[in-house]
Each structure stands twice: as structure tokens, then as C-alpha cells.
Write a protein that binds this ligand. Structure first.
Ligand code: ATP
Ligand code: MG
Length: 294
């Protein structure tokens, strides 16, 4: 039991003596310590590979199986924000807390979906890269502002949708996260990104930005079973990353591309579609890797 959970145990005073606390514990007290919040950054410096689609849908699937989940949109494009049906509102994002103005925990909004809460993004976040670069501890800003959210034990998982660059916002996500989830699109140029991922991981670990950073896995997206190229790319990526590549491959489907325009993750837009099934199975695999499967 951690010290903080011990600290929260109410001590029942004995009726006979006010000075000696009874060791009898209330019946409702759970002896299981709270599970520490796990943070997963969904990142790839390449644009349009399925980062946001994966963040939104994995977060929604986690929430649908009862995991208290926070989706943190760190991309000024704010696609994850609109993808779960929230408005891009000025002042609602992580931008100001990252610059030391206000608390990140106050930016958390509920969504229309049970167990899924969101810190949205908005256009102001565009300026964050430049402004944060000037601030003290500029690579650790997110880690520091996120700490009270983690300490609140309000969430089992935090999913961070990163922008398509290796700018300050993405580096902050890398410094703050426990795990990296890398979507790779099933296309020829995906292969070029592979060596970058491995190189970057060792730089972040060895450079002290995040010595504990772990690659949770690589997820192949927009798989088109009719093309030889998709199959070749998957098999080459598997050769390189072996079992780091998730067994689940996300198919290219129109329903997945349509869902964001309705502000709904695929399980709420079209539960019985192939895209929904793929993200549900991917989420189970992910929970298994995290040792969090029921
Ligand atoms: P960016 O780098 O701009 O943030 P991204 O990596 O977050 O992009 P997405 O926004 O998730 O990528 O996807 C890019 C486009 O491809 C979007 O229009 C999205 O709807 C579509 N898309 C993503 N995954 C699929 C899929 N499996 N099938 C069909 N379309 C998809
Ligand atoms: Mg995106």
C-alpha cells in the first residue's frame, strides 16, 4: 500500500479513549492501492498516418470497457477535440497551463461518452511551440503540469494525441509519457519512419529527457488487403519491430474517415463496422500489454 493511500485511511477513535486510535478498519476500505495512471503518447512525426484516429478510437474503446480515460489533445489542429464532438474554444486547451497560467486539471471537460474526459485543443496551441521554447524547463512543462492530474488518481489511462512534428509540444509529450504508441500507415514511405522511431527512442532515454520511456507498440493503419504493397509493408515492419507490432491491423475504411465529421468515435458511430471491431481488438491487445486486462 502506498503512503498516500495509507494517509487517506480514516482512523476510528475508540469510545473508551480519545487518545489511542483503534486499528479496526472500516469495512468499506479497499486494501488495493489505486493503480497508477498510465500515460500513452500517440506519435509519429509524419502527417496523416492515423495518430488522431487511433487516439480518439483507442480512448473511446478504453472508456467503453470501463477504464476511466482522459484524452489530451496536444495538436493545434484540434482534430481529436472535434473527433469526440467538442468545440474548439479559445482558452480551453492546455496552452495556458503549459505556460504556467492556471492548472491543467481545470481544463478537463466531460464528453458525451461515459468514462471519457477530454482536454481539448484550439488554435492558440499554435503559439505554444515558440512560447514554451522560451520558458524554463521547456521540455518538462507538460510532465510538471500533468503531475497533479496523475496524482488525483482520477484516470486509469491518459492518451495524448501529438502533432505531426518533432516540435516542442511533441517533445513535451515524450518527456511526460510512460509509453509511446506509434501508428504507421501501410504505405511505402512508412518504412522510412522506422529507423527514426528507434533512433529517437534511444536519444530520449539516453539524453535523460525520459529514461523510462517504453515503446508500447507499433500499429499498422489504413491497411488495404487488396494491395500487395500493404502486405509487404506490414511484413517488413514486423521483421524490424517483431512482436512490438500489434497483431491487430487497422483496415482502411470509409466509416473510420466519416466518423469524425459526426463528432463520434467509431464504436459510437458504427459499432458493427470493421473499423470499430479493429479498434476494439487493438484496445484489448493494448490492455494486455499493459497488464490491465480484466
Ligand atoms: P496529422 O498528422 O495531420 O495529425 P494524423 O496522423 O492524426 O494526421 P488522422 O487524422 O488520424 O492522421 O488520419 C488522416 C486522415 O486519414 C483523416 O482524414 C482520417 O479520417 C483518415 N483515416 C485515418 N485512419 C483511417 C482508416 N483506417 N481508414 C480510412 N481513413 C482513415
Ligand atoms: Mg492528428
Amino acid at each position: 500500500m502506498s503512503l498516500c493511500s495509507i494517509a487517506r485511511i480514516p482512523i476510528r477513535r475508540s469510545k473508551r479513549s480519545n487518545s489511542s486510535p483503534s486499528l479496526a478498519l472500516p469495512a468499506v476500505l479497499s486494501l488495493n492501492p489505486p493503480v497508477p495512471t498510465k500515460i500513452i503518447a500517440v506519435a509519429n512525426q509524419k502527417g496523416g498516418v492515423g495518430k488522431t484516429t487511433t487516439s480518439v478510437n483507442v480512448a473511446a474503446c478504453l472508456a467503453s470497457v470501463g477504464k476511466k480515460t482522459l484524452l489530451l489533445d496536444l495538436d493545434p489542429q484540434a482534430n481529436a477535440t472535434s473527433g469526440v464532438g467538442l468545440e474548439k474554444i479559445e482558452g480551453a486547451s492546455a496552452y495556458r497551463p503549459l505556460l504556467g497560467d492556471g492548472a491543467l486539471i481545470d481544463k478537463i471537460q466531460s464528453s458525451a461518452f461515459a468514462n471519457l474526459e477530454v482536454i481539448p485543443s484550439e488554435v492558440d496551441m499554435c503559439g505554444a511551440d515558440i512560447e514554451i521554447a522560451r520558458a524554463e524547463n521547456h521540455l518538462q512543462r507538460l510532465r510538471l503540469t500533468l503531475q497533479p492530474v496523475v496524482d488525483s488518481n482520477r484516470f486509469e489511462l491518459i492518451i495524448i494525441d501529438c502533432p505531426p512534428s518533432l516540435g516542442i509540444l511533441t517533445l513535451n509529450a515524450f518527456a511526460a509519457t510512460d509509453y509511446l504508441l506509434v501508428p504507421l500507415q501501410c504505405e511505402y514511405y512508412a518504412l522510412e519512419g522506422i529507423s527514426m522511431v528507434t533512433r529517437l527512442l534511444s536519444q530520449l532515454r539516453e539524453g535523460g529527457i525520459n529514461p523510462n520511456l517504453e515503446l508500447l507498440g507499433v500499429v499498422m493503419t489504413m491497411f488495404d488487403g487488396r494491395t500487395k504493397l500493404s502486405q509487404q509493408v506490414v511484413s517488413e515492419v514486423r521483421q524490424h519491430f517483431a512482436d512490438k507490432v500489434f497483431d491487430t491491423v487497422i483496415p482502411r475504411t470509409t466509416r473510420l474517415a466519416e466518423a469524425p465529421s459526426y463528432g463520434k468515435p467509431i464504436i459510437h458511430y458504427d459499432k458493427y463496422s470493421a473499423g470499430s471491431a479493429a479498434y476494439e481488438v487493438l484496445t484489448q491487445e493494448l490492455l494486455q500489454r499493459l497488464g490491465m486486462q480484466e
